[in-house]
Design a binder for this molecule. Structure first.
Ligand code: CO
Length: 140
């Protein structure tokens, strides 16, 4: 079974604009610095909330997988939800056994939190792109 909701991924054409909105309109005071994940094709910035995080993602480079999403959602929008799991390989194998399609050929990648993640196709997840991430050992 999945564990806690780690974050909600939100795609945006401009992290700077989104940060202003979370800070100035919604009043969030704990917002990290924007950083690049070139191998994933995204800029990332975490908006830290008392019980979770918003992961802002902006395209990095022409090959970014976010371009297609923003073409359909020009203002940005909810992109994925991320749940923690104790063991990413066990979770991957469990998804496969239950017939849910895992992206990237089922090979985990190191995500923005520095732990392995997989993505499960929205067609098998009620229309929601689901990220499963191994619970960070030192966090909480
Ligand atoms: Co994420």
């Amino acid at each position: 079974m999945i564990g806690r909701l780690n974050h909600v991924g939100v795609a945006t054409p401009s992290i700077a604009d989104s940060v202003r909105m979370y800070r100035d309109v919604l009043g969030v005071t704990d917002i990290g610095e924007k950083f690049a994940m070139p191998e994933q094709g995204v800029w990332v910035c975490f908006v830290n909330l008392p019980n979770s995080q918003i992961e802002l993602i902006e395209p990095y480079g022409e090959a970014s997988p976010i371009h297609g999403f923003l073409a359909k959602n020009p203002k940005g929008g909810q992109h994925h939800v991320c749940f923690e799991v104790p063991d990413i390989i066990a979770a991957r194998d469990d998804m496969a056994a239950k017939g849910a399609a895992v992206l990237n050929g089922g090979t985990p990648r190191i995500g923005a939190h520095g732990v392995p993640v997989i993505f499960v196709h929205p067609k098998d997840m009620g229309g929601v792109l689901v990220e499963l991430m191994e619970t960070p050992k030192a966090a909480h």
